[in-house]
Design a protein around this ligand. Structure first.
Ligand SMILES: [Zn+2]
Length: 140
């Protein structure tokens, strides 16, 4: 055991020392490579960033929509007031108010839906569309 650990330490030290000794050389080599492949390197960086940005955004969006659908399927999939069914316009509303205070504690959007899911969809919530939700807040 101790022997293996020692060997690993030795190997790590070897790489560290190698890198320290040759760090200028390594940096210089990658700088030179970049310089001679500047267009390619720039394009690669750009493509990598944009590809991943879309990938990450898509994953977030899909996750959010899936979660929202799941929550809505427990509370009803349309506005209780006007019957709108477009998921993009639907929100979960606190029947007895206090929503703003609660959202401050558990967060907005997906963290709120996650909280509902984690608490096995507690009672006291209803589905409202954005405009009915706004109207309700104004009248309250
Ligand atoms: Zn509505």
């Amino acid at each position: 055991m101790g022997h293996d650990k020692e060997r690993i330490n030795l190997r790590e030290n070897y790489f560290k020392e190698y890198y320290l000794e040759h760090s200028e050389e390594i940096k210089e080599r990658s700088r030179k490579w970049r310089e001679s492949h500047l267009e390619y390197a720039r394009k690669r960086d750009r493509e990598y960033a944009s590809k991943n940005r879309e990938h990450i955004l898509n994953r977030c969006k899909q996750y959010y929509l899936k979660l929202k659908l799941e929550v809505l399927s427990h509370y009803g999939d349309k506005c209780v007031n006007c019957g709108v069914t477009d998921i993009r316009f639907l929100t979960i509303d606190h029947i007895h108010g206090g929503g703003t205070e609660h959202r401050k504690r558990v967060g907005m959007g997906s963290s709120f839906y996650q909280w509902l899911k984690r608490n096995s969809y507690p009672k006291g919530y209803q589905v409202l569309c954005f405009s009915c939700n706004l109207r309700r807040k104004k009248n309250a």
